[in-house]
Design a protein around this ligand. Structure first.
Ligand code: BEZ
Length: 210
């Protein structure tokens, strides 16, 4: 199972948008790979609808989205119709058909003491360097909050672009924290409008633009 900072494993898979080789599909983009336990199940249906609703937000951040389930490719199309009918959203991102559980095993999405056949609800956020930036696992009975995944993406992109970290419960537009790895001297160049030093290790600055 990949850990934070690892290059994520490559694989080949069938998806609803054709066969892919994962590293090629990433193509230097940010990406979110997420698993759901099973097609035609209630919580999964609501989750897929919500990711479809949020797709323009992922697009705006340059983040590719790809789902996975252990069902066969032939079962994905009819389920996508159900999602559109009940959630009012057409799924317009690829779904991996991981019938042989190759990808699920590679990414540690099967937790045998929860279920030895179905995946848990895993999320992997992957950077343009193909390294793992975030992973989380939820049980089958709890739908995830994909607004939170977008919030994490915003935080990760701020760190990548501006060397800042985000404090507890941070929301878009609120103050951020200058990363401890940035010296005061370097910070003066990066943040010419200044910052507030609450402690030498806690320097608060307005959220950088862009
Ligand atoms: C669901 O999506 O509702 C679900 C999937 C697998 C097991 C239990 C619930």
């Amino acid at each position: 199972m990949p850990q934070l900072g690892d290059t994520v494993p490559d694989f080949e898979a069938q998806t609803t948008q054709g066969p892919i080789r994962f590293h090629e599909w990433l193509a230097g983009s940010w990406a979110v790979l997420f698993s759901h336990p099973k097609n035609f199940t209630p919580v999964c249906t609501t989750e897929l609808g919500d990711v479809a609703r949020l797709k323009p937000e992922f697009d705006r951040r340059g983040v590719k989205v790809i789902g996975l389930s252990v069902d066969e490719l032939a079962r994905h199309g009819a389920w996508e119709d159900d999602i559109e009918e009940t959630q009012g959203q057409r799924v317009d991102f690829p779904l991996i058909a991981d019938h042989d559980r190759h990808v699920s095993q590679l990414y540690g999405m099967i937790h045998p003491n929860a279920s030895d056949t179905l995946t848990v609800r895993s999320v992997f956020v992957i950077g343009p360097d193909r390294k793992l930036k975030l992973s989380l696992n939820y049980p089958a009975s709890t739908g995830r909050n994909f607004d939170e995944i977008l919030r994490v993406v915003d935080s990760l992109q701020l760190t990548a672009n501006h060397s800042v970290a985000t404090p507890v419960n941070w929301r878009q537009g609120e103050d951020v924290i200058i990363a401890p790895s940035v010296s005061d001297e370097a910070a003066r160049e990066k943040f010419p409008d200044g910052w507030k030093t609450l402690k030498p290790y806690l320097r608060v600055v307005a959220q950088p633009k862009g």
